[in-house]
Design a protein around this ligand. Structure first.
Ligand SMILES: Cc1cc2nc3c(=O)[nH]c(=O)nc-3n(C[C@H](O)[C@H](O)[C@H](O)COP(=O)(O)OP(=O)(O)OC[C@H]3O[C@@H](n4cnc5c(N)ncnc54)[C@H](O)[C@@H]3O)c2cc1C
Length: 413
């Protein structure tokens, strides 16, 4: 029996028609839930509905966080409790082979997979080497596989946070720290070299502002080394920072001067509360935009700037924002940029905003999803963040729930 059949794969007759018999449609709407959830059976859709209802409750999420962390501390096994629900919703599996199921589903709908080893908070050299090896494995898996268009890693997966802080602050390193920093640079280089060799573009995620200069410098070095023919290494810019639009332009100037191609993943930024709290506590100017509107404005301006210069800059818009996604899609059409031009990608996280991913992909744009994976116990911090992001307080759940409900209603369930 084929993998697909084993999965009890379900495609509605209309969707088969859309995908199978016709070329991608020129029009695009994020309202089309038939396309958005075409990969979910009725029972899977119902499961997602109950899950989003549950995590929509901030009290439940706070209790869940407390209980899960306690269980991990006491070595109480928790895998059985979360593997079939929240883990399945937001993660591809515990290891790369287990992610094949998610990759196959996404691929059926022309969506790429970005294997994201989501183990966090490690601090030993052995752990850092392991994360390097795991990331190399994602690149080996992606080699020659058009369904895995990018790989990704976080520098904090390869380096001690305090060391990054010190490098960022340009503090003098001890001899031992200098040797440690060389090992970090070696790990980053190993990964970028393999990405270059296999031709698989690679995202380097953006993190806290007080280590980001160190990450930017490393990434610039790698881009200069490996982006000679095209963008292989991509930096990430967080447009919730008020200095990032200028940073995008400066990065472009540097790419022109030094003769390399610039790769940029453009996001809004994931650590706003933490950034604001630290700036206040340590009494330095808040690096974050004054309000959401300013963040949105700079996000759009960064996208515009990159598309204006896409002979030199390749981008990925990493966003769940419907306006930003639609705006970029329309801009491509207005400028007669082919929807499948590899220099422009859209990306969302697995288990979220399927109405954006699946509708964009159905209309022929390049779309990929981060598919996080790792041992259940190790990806709990990632899952907690997703749950928190999806509480009613943050507003995302309302949207996911109403879309799921709309689709259940359409199917008469
Ligand atoms: C594929 C992908 C990759 C990602 N990679 C990274 C990464 O490497 N690093 C990273 O930090 N994040 C990353 N993110 C997360 C991203 O930065 C956002 O946190 C998340 O996507 C929500 O923003 P949005 O554009 O989807 O949607 P929206 O819901 O439109 O935006 C919410 C975001 O707006 C910003 N915001 C909200 N209120 C304010 C305010 N008052 N003032 C200023 N800004 C405000 C915040 O950044 C908030 O997260 C990634 C997301 C995706 C989908």
């Amino acid at each position: 029996m084929s993998g697909i059949r084993k999965m009890n794969f379900w495609i509605s007759p209309n969707l088969r028609q859309i995908r199978g018999l016709m070329e991608p449609q020129p029009g695009i709407s994020f309202e089309n839930t038939e396309i958005a959830f075409g990969y979910k059976s009725n029972s899977e859709l119902r499961k997602s509905y109950y899950l989003f209802r549950l995590i929509g409750n901030p009290g439940f999420v706070s209790f869940g966080k407390f209980a899960t962390n306690l269980a991990i501390k006491l070595h109480i096994p928790i895998g059985w409790a979360i593997k079939g629900n929240i883990f399945k919703q937001f993660c591809g599996g515990e290891n790369i082979p287990e992610c094949a199921r998610a990759t196959k589903i996404l691929d059926q709908f022309h969506i790429g997979t970005i294997l994201d080893y989501s183990v966090e908070g490690k601090e030993s050299e052995t752990d850092f080497d392991h994360t390097r090896d795991e990331t190399l494995q994602t690149l080996k898996t992606a080699k020659g596989n058009p369904h895995i268009p990018f790989s990704v890693f976080k520098v904090t997966g390869l380096a001690r946070f305090e060391l990054l802080e010190k490098v960022n602050a340009r503090e003098k390193l001890t001899d031992a720290e200098a040797a440690e920093w060389q090992r970090v640079r070696g790990r980053v280089d190993d990964i970028c070299a393999l990405a270059h060799e296999t031709g698989t573009p690679l995202f380097i995620d953006a993190e806290d502002s007080w280590i980001q200069d160190a990450i930017d410098h490393l990434t610039d070095e790698m881009m200069e080394k490996y982006n000679r023919e095209k963008a292989i290494v991509y930096n990430t810019v967080q447009m919730y920072r008020h200095d990032r639009l200028e940073f995008v332009k400066a990065s472009h100037r540097k790419a022109l001067e030094k003769g390399f191609f610039l790769g940029l993943k453009i996001v809004r930024g994931a650590y706003m509360e933490k950034e604001r709290a630290r700036a206040q506590a340590m009494n330095y100017p808040d690096p974050i935009q004054p309000d959401k509107a300013s963040c949105d404005k700079d996000f759009d301006a960064a996208v515009d700037y990159c598309v204006d210069h896409f002979d030199r800059i390749s981008i990925c818009a990493g966003t769940h924002n419907e306006n930003s996604s639609m705006r970029l899609a329309k801009m491509m059409d207005d400028r007669k940029i082919a929807r499948n031009d590899k220099r422009i990608y859209f990306a969302q996280l697995f288990g979220m905003s399927d109405h954006i991913s699946f509708n964009l992909a159905n209309a022929g744009y390049n779309v990929a999803k981060y598919v996080p994976y790792g041992p259940i116990k190790e990806v709990v911090p990632y899952l907690i963040r997703r749950a928190q992001e999806n509480t009613s307080v943050k507003g995302q759940t309302g949207r996911e729930l109403s879309l799921i409900l709309k689709e259940m209603k359409r199917r008469g369930k």
